[in-house]
Design a protein around this ligand. Structure first.
Ligand code: NCD
Ligand code: ZN
Length: 346
């Protein structure tokens, strides 16, 4: 029985760090184990220009624990007003690693997102030319489309047409939650990758809704049926380099979650690696955890793999705090609902 596993230090290819007091409190949770993370730009107001990204990166570097080598990989929030010149300049000096597309209204702080995709095609063509990847929140927002179908409809009506028109554009379909997403990414060649979150490997929609509503399991895209969770597990643990870890760890205070209209997001930064080791072991795929968490992402982004390693150890159950304290109030840590035995050796 394996009880030790050493892997290249992992990266998180989709992370929300927020700002101010919240940033200060949540950043150490990621920086403890991860070398790099793609930082989501959905602040209020969003990170739309190169100057915004430079300022935000400075605030992250400032909030970082001393001695931490954590490196934030910045993104711009694509709007219909995004200027090609500004974006190209930010990419040239490697200030940004990707651009994020939110359909307007799809999720937390996405009001400034894209309403008419025709209006961003010129920007996307420029990104294809310079090899700058596009990260997409893959859900349509039409009120008539059922929330559980929004990912599949997005692929058909938005993502696939964009990729047919600009085949060289490199796209990451983020936090995929359906078999449709898995199949689309797996069959999409080397210009598309898909990130999978920790929590979508663990929960299906029953976990949110059966036996009482669980606001801490509510995130977007919302968890789907069990068959979709199983497809995600097969994709994450199957060794296909198109799939890599993007935790989508998305902290909201309990006060903001526990509302008649509560915020979407699961905060998984604290215990993600313990949960992943558990899931990969269950699937008999511990030897593939390194690919998913540490190798496939850098390969897609054309970045080097991290030089150093972390070691996971299996032993007595590990406990994590139920909540972490922040200057804005407590944030609840994702509860996988089963005991965890793997921990990162400190
Ligand atoms: C994210 C957030 O809170 O910023 N929420 C979430 O449920 N994942 C936004 C997002 O990535 O959709
Ligand atoms: Zn997110």
């Amino acid at each position: 029985m394996t009880d030790r596993l050493t892997i290249r230090r992992p990266d998180d290819w989709h992370l929300h760090l927020r700002d101010g007091d919240m940033l200060k409190a949540v950043l150490p949770e990621t920086a403890r184990h991860f070398a790099r993370a793609i930082i989501m730009p959905n602040l209020v107001p969003p990170v739309v220009t190169g100057a915004d990204a430079a300022d935000y990166r400075d605030r992250i570097m400032w909030a970082k624990p001393k001695n931490s080598k954590f490196q934030p990989l910045m993104t711009l929030y694509l709007t219909e007003e995004t200027e090609v010149r500004d974006l190209r300049a930010a990419a040239e000096i490697r200030l940004i690693t990707a651009v994020k597309l939110y359909p307007a209204g799809a999720t937390t702080n996405s009001q400034s997102g894209v309403r008419d995709f025709r209006n961003v095609m010129r920007v996307l063509e420029n990104m294809a030319q310079i090899g700058l990847p596009l990260c997409v929140h893959g859900e349509v927002t039409d009120a008539e489309i059922d929330i559980f179908d929004r990912e599949a409809v997005f692929i058909e009506t938005v993502l696939d047409p964009i990729r047919r028109e600009i085949p060289e554009l490199r796209v990451v379909m983020e936090h995929i939650t359906t078999r449709d997403g898995v199949d689309y990414v797996a069959g999409g060649g080397d210009t598309i990758g898909g990130t999978i979150t920790t929590h979508h490997l663990v929960i299906n929609r029953n976990h949110i809704l059966a036996g009482g509503i669980k606001p801490h399991y509510y995130c977007l895209p919302v968890a789907k049926r069990e068959e979709h969770r199983l497809a995600l597990r097969a994709a994450a643990t199957g060794g296909d380099p198109s799939f890599f870890l993007g935790t989508d760890s998305a902290p909201h205070t309990d006060a903001a979650k526990l509302q008649p209209c509560g915020c979407a997001g699961c905060f998984t930064a604290t215990n993600t690696l313990s949960i992943l080791a558990h899931v990969f072991e269950e699937e008999g795929a511990l030897d593939r955890l390194e690919g998913f968490a540490s190798r496939h992402g850098p390969a897609f982004y054309k970045l080097p793999v991290n030089e150093d390693t972390i070691t996971l150890i299996k032993g007595d159950p590990v406990t994590y705090p139920t909540q972490i304290e922040t200057g804005d109030g407590p944030v609840t840590v994702f509860d996988p609902g089963f005991p965890l035995h793997w921990r990162v050796e400190e």
